[in-house]
Design a binder for this molecule. Structure first.
Ligand SMILES: Nc1nc2c(ncn2[C@@H]2O[C@H](COP(=O)(O)OP(=O)(O)OP(=O)(O)O)[C@@H](O)[C@H]2O)c(=O)[nH]1
Ligand SMILES: [Mg+2]
Length: 247
């Protein structure tokens, strides 16, 4: 058995016990296992459906992981990078590309990865922003989401809307992982420091995974995290979901 300190994304730095008689212990907050877990691979991914305001969500899978973050932060690119399919989710250098809730099936229904429209799109009209708010609120309150990947830009301090989103998920007690995107835009020595400083500025424990869809940096760490979530879902460790009707 060993004891390890780790930067838990939920409780902050914590001490946990690892590895005893082939049993791998997990941090009770974020389920981190000290890197002792099996490798996790995405072998298959496909688009299932898009959902607009007032439409039905697809039938649930055992787990649902959704991606939030401001417009242009790299949500759709992260899906493409993780799945190794550059054309799966539509990306654009123009903010506001993703307007609907897009459901992707991973490893033939093991879980949904859900691409959400970004916030803070400057050109959006007031009516569009209100529609966005209703669509997101309906989805986040639907009880479907087990885990959120919250994306922040590694180069910039979080915006007021980032902080608002973070407060929202803390308030509703939604488990999350913070990811600092576009890591390739900073020098290697700046990346870890900026990722953690931006997590702290958000009001979270000071840890975010530095990630780049361009270079694949952080992909292995994130895949491990997804693997932990999948094994938790399979072991029935998620709270029973109370399905609410479509928004
Ligand atoms: N250098 C670099 N560029 C990136 C990275 N991730 C995304 N981009 C670029 O950033 C732009 C926006 O990426 P998207 O993935 O479409 O962003 P999004 O968060 O889905 O945006 P919305 O759909 O508008 O909410 C595109 O031009 C991407 O090529 C990254 O890791 N590094
Ligand atoms: Mg997008």
């Amino acid at each position: 058995m060993f004891y390890v300190y780790h930067n838990c994304t939920i409780s902050g730095r914590c001490l946990f016990e690892g590895f005893m008689n082939n049993h791998i212990a997990k941090c009770e907050f974020c389920r981190y296992t000290g890197g002792m877990e099996q490798e996790y691979r995405i072998k298959q991914a496909e688009f299932v459906t898009s959902v607009a305001l007032g439409q039905r969500y697809p039938d649930a899978f055992p787990m649902e992981i959704a991606i939030v973050g401001k417009s242009n932060v790299g949500k759709s690119s992260l899906i493409n990078c993780l799945t190794g399919n550059g054309k799966l989710a539509r990306t654009s250098s123009q903010p506001g590309k993703t307007r609907l809730i897009n459901f992707f099936s991973i490893n033939r229904g093991q879980f949904y990865l859900v691409d959400l429209p970004g916030y803070g799109y400057a050109k959006a009209s007031k009516a569009e922003q209100e529609k966005w708010g209703e669509l997101m609120e309906g989805y986040l309150k639907s009880g479907r989401v087990n885990h959120l990947l919250m994306l922040i830009d590694i180069r910039h301090a979080p915006t007021a809307l980032d902080r608002q989103m973070f407060q929202y998920l803390v308030y509703y007690n939604i488990p999350y992982t913070l990811i600092a995107t576009k890591a390739d835009k900073l020098t290697r020595s700046q990346r870890r420091m900026m990722a953690n400083a931006n997590a702290k500025a958000l009001g979270a424990p000071p840890y975010a995974i530095p990630f780049s869809s361009e270079t694949g940096e952080g992909k292995e760490e994130l895949l491990k995290r997804l693997g932990q979530l999948v094994s938790d879902a399979e072991a029935g460790l998620f709270e029973e979901k109370e399905e609410k009707p479509a928004n």
